[in-house]
Design a protein around this ligand. Sequence first.
Ligand SMILES: NC(=O)c1ccc[n+]([C@@H]2O[C@H](COP(=O)([O-])OP(=O)(O)OC[C@H]3O[C@@H](n4cnc5c(N)ncnc54)[C@H](OP(=O)(O)O)[C@@H]3O)[C@@H](O)[C@H]2O)c1
Length: 330
Amino acid sequence: MFKALIINQAEDNSISANVEEVSEDQLPQDGEVDISVEYSTVNYKDGLCLNGLGRLVKTYPHVPGVDFAGSVITSSDDRYKPGDKVIMHGWRGGEIRWGGYATRANEKADWLTPLPKGLSSFEAMCLGTAGFTAMLAIKRLEDDGMSPESGEILVTGAGGGVGSVATILLASKGYKVAAMTGRAEVADYLIGLGASRIVTREEMLNDPGKVLESSIWGGCIDSVGGALMGRILKQLNYGAGLASLGNAAGVELSGNIMPFLLRGVNVFGIDSVACPMEKRAEIWQALAVEMPKSSISQMVKEIGLAELPAYGKQILEGQVRGRIVVDVNK
Ligand SMILES: NC(=O)c1ccc[n+]([C@@H]2O[C@H](COP(=O)([O-])OP(=O)(O)OC[C@H]3O[C@@H](n4cnc5c(N)ncnc54)[C@H](OP(=O)(O)O)[C@@H]3O)[C@@H](O)[C@H]2O)c1
């Protein structure tokens, strides 16, 4: 038997979530590797799955949890042996297949990333999909030439998971970070993570409607999308880039093309789910080396499986600060 948070959908489409003891033969065996899960996390997508939204989960009963870290129990693939520490995220785990909100998981060896030296399972999940995506976005902009000399970097949705890790990483690399938030109460927290100033969501939404505005930003990590993204493009410095990775404010893209034509700005799409394995290993290695470990505790709250339904709601309401790590054995 193992422990799991099982979600079910009733005939009226309502969702129930309960921690249950599950027999091992119920665990879908799609892969070659059996894993003892140690930690998982709560991402925005987990909030959708926990609440039956976004058409992400196709069949019930289901175990959500888009990312987890743990150790290999058995493997019929030569790349892994018992005791190896691994990270799983993306490939639609926790959505169309059972995920990390359980003490056991079964995965294809092709989808696993070995835990890099210098990170514990706990630290890897403090970062999780959010931290991975933040680093992927920063590296993409740096590949395009972004550096601390490019000017101030705007991080939107800064109080959330991706935004918090992006703020820490950029500040530790010597960037000046302007943290955009809609919550006055997280301002001190963001300054503590390394932001040099706070930009309110309200002031950014107050768009004067110009074709171009004064250039301010040397780059942008955007978790939010929607109408705001169009405005940010109008404020980017000449040749600067915006990494578009999230849709917390919506999926529309508004604005005009003059920032592209007159300032040569660029938008880079960032996807963690199907990111190729070679790139994954590179990004996790960079996190192991570049993430200041002392900052991790500032942005993390640890919970157990039973608390997941409550946090699944909070994250959809934009009320989670930083990262939520799930100790699945708690
Ligand atoms: N592309 C990928 O592979 C990938 C990977 C991970 C996440 N994502 C996406 O990235 C986004 C952030 O993920 P996350 O895990 O960091 O979620 P999160 O912890 O919930 O953070 C999102 C933050 O966005 C801000 N926000 C919420 N509603 C907003 C609104 N209506 N208008 C403007 N800002 C709003 C809030 O920050 P403030 O209160 O500080 O403003 C919130 O904390 C999500 O859309 C998620 O789906 C994409």
